[in-house]
Design a protein around this ligand. Structure first.
Ligand code: PLP
Length: 434
């Protein structure tokens, strides 16, 4: 093992030995080399005369650039576009994102947690968590309604064993009993990775405040009984909560200081929150109870090592633009307008689905947030319906399994919603046996 990795492990071990136990083989071996990046970071601070450290080209104190590239970026300076961004992201962006998290999650106001590290959006953040904490045959707990990419990130790439629980309880709402039973069944493994994704993809369901309270208690009890837990909050759709009783904060705030055996990981980003899907700007943030800042700093070095050994660093122009968005005086106002629009679409979907004739062909899964909602088909196969809708009606929806389809109301104009469900109804009628 590299001495720098050893040094980081010792810091983590002495600050919170449970976090050390949670690290994967790769996680234990990761470190951030004192190579070009680290030496050039030092030079950036101290080399006032000449800085000949890094593989970029400069001219007149600026990065060299082609005017054909700069002309697409009004109001941005070459230095904020063309140079490499630091391995952990633009420092000011990290600070502003931290302030944003605190503002949106009052639970965090008096709690210690790490500085967010910039990732190439949420998928990359999840993949870094997998690098740091997932070994083959570790247990990953997932609901049966999930974003399928978790299977590639953790199942295919890391060979973890995935345990599923049914997402909904029978009469709607989050299935706390199934969640608890699955955790209890698996806790003998001594370490559990758990992804918590609210608002959920594909269902568009976010837990209520009372469900959140119980979920937190369940995790606390499992930890108290000696199991290390890594709850990973996938907050991709954070903020898009459309109903009053919904928990409007990330569970991260509730889990941040619960137990030393719980390492809460927040994966979030500008992707969906700021409507910049293709920019690829996300963040990874850690918190655990009574854990000194040196441990977070050591985890940060390991994350930087994971980034350096994979994509080297994240794109600079999109970080610069996201920082400008967050600092814009009209940011919240603009974001609120888009929130209202998406909320009105969710409400329109609910209104349209009240039509009693639809009850004979589908059940509507509870939804209250995010971009999506799901239907459970009663009379036809989901994939057959999907292809029929495409071929005969020119309509695209997602078939999730034999019975369920996902509809992204986020992509429908208000005045298209009624027609969409009517067309789906007609397509089902085409396929039903006479
Ligand atoms: C639940 C969930 N998590 C993560 C992601 C990935 O987000 P990103 O595009 O930022 O990688 C998505 C994207 O669809 C998602 O639905």
């Amino acid at each position: 093992m590299h001495p720098l990795a050893k040094e980081l492990n010792e810091i983590i071990q002495s600050g919170n030995h449970h976090i050390y136990e949670m690290l994967s083989e790769l996680g234990k071996n990761l470190y951030f080399p004192k190579g070009i990046l680290s030496q050039s970071a030092e030079a950036k601070k101290l080399a006032h005369k000449y800085n000949a450290t890094i593989g970029v080209a400069t001219e007149n104190g600026q990065p060299m650039y082609l005017p054909s590239a700069l002309k697409y970026f009004n109001n941005l300076e070459p230095k904020d576009l063309f140079f490499y961004a630091p391995a952990s992201g633009i420092p000011e962006l990290r600070q502003v994102w931290k302030e944003k998290i605190i503002q949106e999650n009052p639970q965090l106001q008096k709690k210690a947690f790490s500085h967010p590290i910039v990732t190439n959006a949420l998928t990359h953040g999840l993949s870094i968590v997998a690098d740091l904490f997932a070994d083959p045959h570790d247990k990953l707990i997932l609901p049966d309604k999930l974003w399928g990419n978790y299977k590639l990130i953790f199942g295919v790439r890391k060979k973890v064993d995935i345990e599923y629980y049914p997402f909904y309880k029978e009469n709607g709402g989050f299935n706390l009993t199934g969640f608890q039973e699955t955790l209890e069944k698996c806790s003998a493994a001594g370490k559990l990775l758990i992804i918590l994704n609210f608002p959920n993809n594909p269902t568009g369901y976010a837990i209520s405040q009372s469900e959140a309270k119980k979920l937190v208690e369940i995790l606390q009890n499992i930890a108290k009984n000696g199991c290390n837990i890594i709850p990973i909050m996938d907050d991709a759709y954070f903020g898009l909560f459309y109903e009053e009783e919904t928990l409007r904060e990330s569970l991260f705030g509730y889990l941040a200081d619960l137990d030393k055996r719980i390492l809460a990981v927040k994966i979030d980003g500008a992707t969906k929150e700021e409507f910049v899907w293709g920019f690829r700007v996300g963040f990874i943030t850690f918190a655990s109870a009574n854990t000194p800042n040196e441990v977070y700093a050591a985890l940060e070095r390991k994350v930087m090592g994971a980034i350096r050994g994979n994509i080297s660093n994240c794109a600079h122009p999109s970080q610069t633009v996201v920082l400008r968005i967050l600092k814009s005086p009209t940011f919240r106002q603009e974001q609120q307008a888009k929130f209202e629009l998406l909320k009105s679409r969710a409400q329109e979907v609910k209104k349209v689905l009240n039509n009693s004739k639809y009850q004979e062909v589908w059940n509507v899964y509870p939804f209250n947030s995010g971009y999506f909602m799901c239907l459970q088909l009663k009379t036809v196969n989901a994939e057959k319906l999907r292809t029929h809708l495409l071929e005969k009606y020119g309509i695209g929806i997602i078939a999730i399994n034999e019975t369920d389809v996902r509809i992204a109301f986020s992509c429908l104009e208000l005045n298209q919603i009624q027609d969409l469900f009517e067309q789906i109804y007609l397509a089902i009628k085409d396929l039903e046996p006479n």
